[in-house]
Design a protein around this ligand. Structure first.
Ligand code: TXA
Ligand code: MG
Length: 352
């Protein structure tokens, strides 16, 4: 069931369902989440079951922006290194997830059994309204400190950026709060703060440069850290780092503009010989204007700007799937820092 986030009773219904151990579809500024009380292990187990996600893949816990997120952080985290504190001050509420050492006995199922916990304070007002309502305590009601919420899609599929996307995959019984299309469109940047130095686990809308400027430290990749052998700790599991993730049903291939034009030309010749098909079987998503694109190709222009592309990327991929294409040809995004999040998602979605 889809509820409008602008109605106060929708917020109350989602908070009540969460308190009762149920699941909700939660809008955030990145993508929609499938949420449950982060300290209720039985409720969190329902998330893994609904998504078909392995139970040892940790989930992100969303916290209220009251007092800058600090009392929720104190509830879930055992320690907060100074650089993590600086990142929270700079980017919360916002699209940044920090992996911190977990306090014993909290968020165990959400953490997938890890000794750490992923925390994020989302900027979406509807998410914050639910989180605020959950923090309210009374004589017969303890506060709920956080909502564990992975993206509200089935495991391995493209993340949802509208309430309708969530409904198509996990509805109709799920309570979904409709907060409109997500502003950013790709998942949060994830920084591991458990290893002495900041380590980038997943790129997102906040760039590497912004992170480094905010905390005054170099941001390492997992590989760089291992190479430096700062510590011999085991690499954390991040399902976003599995090879085939965020995949549409159609086969996606990345090509530069020249290769794309060559492929379109070849296809045009074949189609001319065969007569045009009624249903497009190939979609093209490109920034560069292509010449002589056969009518039977489903053409969608990729914006010139990374943020605008992130905003529409997952909806575009879903749209190509809905149109029934078998192949999606995508122009490789520019090799600049601002495109890192989009590049990452497209590389994971592409066939090797
Ligand atoms: O933007 C987002 O982050 C969205 C919205 C809903 O907030 N959420 C999201 O959640 O993308 P999910 O579960 O699809 O991705 C969570 C990522 C996974 O790659 C997971 O492994 C990693 O965060 N993660 C969470 N807790 C972790 C931990 N304790 N250690 C290492 N990685 C962790
Ligand atoms: Mg996901």
């Amino acid at each position: 069931m889809i509820l409008s986030a602008s109605a106060p009773e929708s917020i109350a219904a989602c908070a009540a369902s969460t308190r009762a151990g149920g699941l909700i579809g939660l809008p955030t500024e990145t993508v929609y989440g499938l949420g449950a009380d982060a300290d209720n292990n039985a409720a969190v187990a329902k998330i893994f079951a609904a998504k078909g996600r392995p139970a040892d893949h940790p989930l992100i816990v969303h916290v209220s922006s009251q007092d800058g997120g600090m009392s929720a952080v104190a509830h879930f985290a055992a320690r907060v290194p100074p650089f993590a504190q600086q990142l929270m001050s700079a980017f919360w509420p916002g699209p940044l997830t920090l992996i911190l050492p977990r306090r014993d006995g909290v968020g165990s199922a959400a953490a997938g059994g890890q000794a750490s916990i992923g925390l994020r304070c989302p900027a979406h007002p509807a998410a914050q309204a639910v989180l605020h309502a959950l923090r309210e305590a009374s004589a017969d009601q303890a506060p709920v400190w956080g909502i564990a919420a992975p993206s509200a899609n089935r495991f391995g599929r493209v993340s949802p950026t509208t309430a309708a996307h969530v409904d198509s995959e996990l509805g109709p019984d799920l309570l979904i709060l409709d907060g409109g299309p997500c502003d950013l469109g790709i998942e949060s940047t994830i920084i591991d703060c458990t290893r002495g130095v900041p380590v980038l686990l997943r790129p997102g809308s906040i760039s590497r440069l912004q992170i480094e400027q905010a905390c005054g430290q170099k941001l390492l990749s997992n590989e760089e850290l291992l190479a430096q052998q700062v510590r011999g700790l085991e690499a954390p599991k991040a399902s976003g780092t599995l090879e085939s993730h965020y995949a549409p049903n159609a086969k996606l291939r990345l090509m530069d503009a020249k290769a794309l034009q060559t492929a379109v030309n070849l296809l045009g010749d074949v189609m001319y010989q065969q007569g045009s098909e009624t249903r497009p079987s190939i979609a093209v998503y490109a920034r560069t204007a292509l010449q002589k694109v056969p009518l039977s190709i489903l053409l969608r222009r990729m914006p010139d700007d990374a943020a605008a592309t992130a905003h529409q990327l997952f909806a575009a991929l879903r749209g190509f799937d809905d149109a029934g294409v078998k192949l999606i040809w995508v122009e490789t995004p520019p090799d600049t820092l601002d495109w890192e999040g989009v590049r990452d998602r497209l590389q994971r979605a592409s066939v090797s």
